[in-house]
Design a protein around this ligand. Structure first.
Ligand SMILES: *Cc1c(COP(=O)(O)O)cnc(C)c1O
Length: 371
């Protein structure tokens, strides 16, 4: 029988852990603890210790997280906020709904926002940068922090894909005023639905966000002293997440092992540029995704599909700088050329080493045949 390799197996986490998860479901549900209960604060504390961020707040999802921290930051309305052109539309929509203008800029060969492009895009209206630590890799924080200082810009982080990723030993999501992490099922730490976290070292901002996520209610006085939203991480999800978080470092290790196999197998194919795989350097990459730059992207994708191997074009190929929407300028960027060559290969803990070897063999077959 042919063994298919889906891009991502949404049944894996539950099926592999169903016995323990059912116990957690029973324990929490039987005491009726669904909203803002102890399991949530326990999980928030775990992430707080892990990231060494001063404060962690569970929210509905990472998109809400970004919108909430942007709103809470009180930047002057209609200011420009710089974002990468290679990020989810969520990054830009959060900026838009918070009352600012998203300004997309180039990404580099590492697929991360280019510090040089940031500098070129700064205007008198620019007040902040919202960087995306894409694919589990932290941006070049030396250069970006330097720019923030030089131009007096506030730094925010879309760390949706980057829980555990580091730059010079410091975790993604702990560099700026606030950061957002996604707990969407296919993310490296995923739950059974939507979920997200805000990280911040700023106590004033944290106290404000705590109200804003819960209808503006001050949890001590019970008074409403701010306009708010309903965006709380479910207590049940928090219970499941604490359980999965115990394996977080082990899962990262496994992903890095799979990345190493991809790297060793594919590095000789000249039609492909691989993600950087570096040991002992500045970056500790957690490989949320394994995104290659490849020739004949669509043909390769079709070929692999015929062989039973799933791949994905990130954001369905939507570029932030190519959106026909209000409040964002449609612009051409040099990195657009790269964009059409990007492909995500399967990268998750349900894969065996042999699965990855099989994927690599088929990629080699494809390019041999192409010649
Ligand atoms: C997944 C993702 C988001 C959105 O996260 P949600 O929790 O689904 O809102 C935002 N930015 C990036 C880079 C993502 O990968």
């Amino acid at each position: 029988m042919k063994h298919n390799i889906p891009f991502y197996d949404y049944t894996f986490n539950y099926n592999k852990n169903s016995k323990n998860l059912k116990k957690i479901f029973h324990r929490i549900s039987s005491k009726g603890s669904y909203i803002l209960q102890s399991e949530l604060s326990i999980f928030e504390n775990q992430i707080q210790k892990y990231t060494k961020s001063k404060h962690v707040l569970g929210v509905g999802n990472a998109t809400d997280g970004m919108q909430l921290f942007l709103i809470a930051s009180d930047i002057k309305k209609n200011s420009e906020i710089i974002v990468s052109s290679h990020t989810m539309v969520a990054t830009a929509s959060a900026v838009n709904f918070a009352g600012y203008k998203p300004v997309p800029v180039e990404f580099g060969k590492d697929l991360l926002i280019s510090p040089e492009a940031i500098e070129k895009s700064i205007t008198s209206k620019t007040k902040a940068i919202l960087i995306t630590h894409l694919n589990g890799r932290t941006c070049d924080m030396d250069k970006i922090l330097y720019l923030c200082k030089k131009y007096k810009l506030i730094l925010f982080e879309d760390a949706a894909q980057a829980l555990g990723s580091k730059f010079k030993g410091k975790l993604a999501g702990t560099f700026g005023l606030a950061a957002s992490i996604s707990l969407y099922p296919a993310k490296i730490l995923g739950c059974f639905g939507d979920g997200g976290l805000i990280l911040t070292n700023n106590t004033k901002l944290y106290n404000k966000l705590k109200k804003i996520r819960n209808h503006g209610i001050n949890d001590k006085t019970k008074q409403i002293d701010h306009w708010g939203f309903n965006s709380r991480l479910d207590n049940l999800q928090a219970g499941f997440l604490s359980y999965f978080f115990k394996s977080h470092d082990k899962n990262i290790k496994k992903r890095r092992e799979l990345a190493k196999i991809y790297n060793n197998e594919l590095k000789y194919i000249k039609e492909i540029t691989l993600p950087i795989f570096d040991n002992n350097s500045k970056n500790f990459d957690i490989f949320q995704n394994y995104e290659i730059i490849c020739n004949n992207r669509n043909d390769l994708r079709d070929y692999l599909k015929k062989k039973g191997i799933g791949t994905l074009v990130q954001w369905n190929g939507v570029r932030i700088n190519n959106l026909s929407l209000p409040n964002i300028k449609k612009i051409k960027l040099k990195s657009d050329k790269l964009f059409h060559k990007l492909l995500l290969l399967p990268m998750n803990i349900s894969l065996s080493n042999l699965d990855v070897k099989k994927i690599c063999d088929e990629i080699k077959n494809f390019y041999r045949f192409k010649k």
